[in-house]
Design a protein around this ligand. Sequence first.
Ligand code: FMN
Length: 390
Amino acid sequence: MTAPILPAQRPLTLGRHEVWPPVVLAPMAGITNVGFRRLCREQGGGIYVCEMITTVALVERNPKTLRMIAFGDDEQPRSLQLYGTDPEITAAAVRIVVEKNLADHIDLNFGCPVPKVTRRGGGSALPWRRRLFARLVKAAVDAAAPAGVPVTVKMRKGIDDDHLTYVEAGLAAQDAGVVAVALHGRTAAQRYSGTADWDAIATLKQALDVPVLGNGDVWEADDALRMVDHTRVDGVVIGRGCLGRPWLFADLEAAFDGRPERRLPALGEVAATMRRHAELLVDQFVAGARNPARGERDGCTDFRKHVAWYLKGFPVGSELRRSLAMIDSLAQLDDLLGKLDPAEPFPVATLGQPRGRTNSPGKVYLPEGWLASRDDDTVPEGAELADSGG
Ligand SMILES: Cc1cc2nc3c(=O)[nH]c(=O)nc-3n(C[C@H](O)[C@H](O)[C@H](O)COP(=O)(O)O)c2cc1C
């Protein structure tokens, strides 16, 4: 037996917000909508970040984007992630957020590795252009400051192992006035492959005065304690580990409170959680729909992507899995869930295993001449995404 690891004892301070346990639900496009966040919040404390919102779409008052900025009545603090590449557009978007009182915390996304974004200099490519990065972060911080809304950044280690930016970018963000910096311990070139580099997270923690949040490969609550022990971070950011396992937030709260209990729900309890998740998505889509009659179908369609994550490792036949992943209504879901064996024990072999995206490393596509011009702070053309949450 190894000696028990001491959990972080202090709440996470994000400007005026104190968060206990020091746990953050990572923003995940297409996943962390208001329904999913409520499901997770019902399990435990923390801060739960909404899906990424693009600054252009917000400034243009895109109706789909405006609908995506939805929070529960009891959601505190309301945490919103913005994606932008242009300091002026970002400042305009932040002004809308504060003037319309849309959120209590703003996170800026500098971690997106997808080619359509980096090819134009956005997401994880942007911190390389250090002056542009600093200008953009400062624009957001300055626009949020009058309302006392704290701003954080979330980034990767850099473009690849030869072009690391995280320490310099962390210091620049701190100088610009962010209240915390989150680091996903991978480069853009790694995408979701390999393992997250917790040593890099420890290095950033040593370099900064503001709180540092560690992100990458926390699959179990005890991984979060190990990350804190290894890196001394002020909080942990949980992404893929909670896919199909919202009760991970109950385990995280227990772990940070120093309690030993960890949930191993049998299939009947998992089915009840699936039902709750689908119901919350239906509520969300009914509330946001122009045509409420379509809300149930849209909510059920959104739920389909979660089915395989919930059933991972359980002995459930492929035909039933397929049918569950094609539901259109809650009645259909109930009928299919009724066919599961509620006594089937939790598949412990899946514990600690990666889930969700685990793709291979890939070339990082960048605009022409990007690497050779670190101090150029021209706003990259066409790098703003028109669509939120993509
Ligand atoms: C489906 C999916 C969507 C994601 N969308 C976003 C996003 O919109 N903004 C962001 O900063 N990171 C996004 N990420 C990255 C996660 O926030 C997180 O940094 C990453 O998954 C690593 O953490 P993990 O190992 O706990 O999953 C996404 C990840 C996944 C799997």
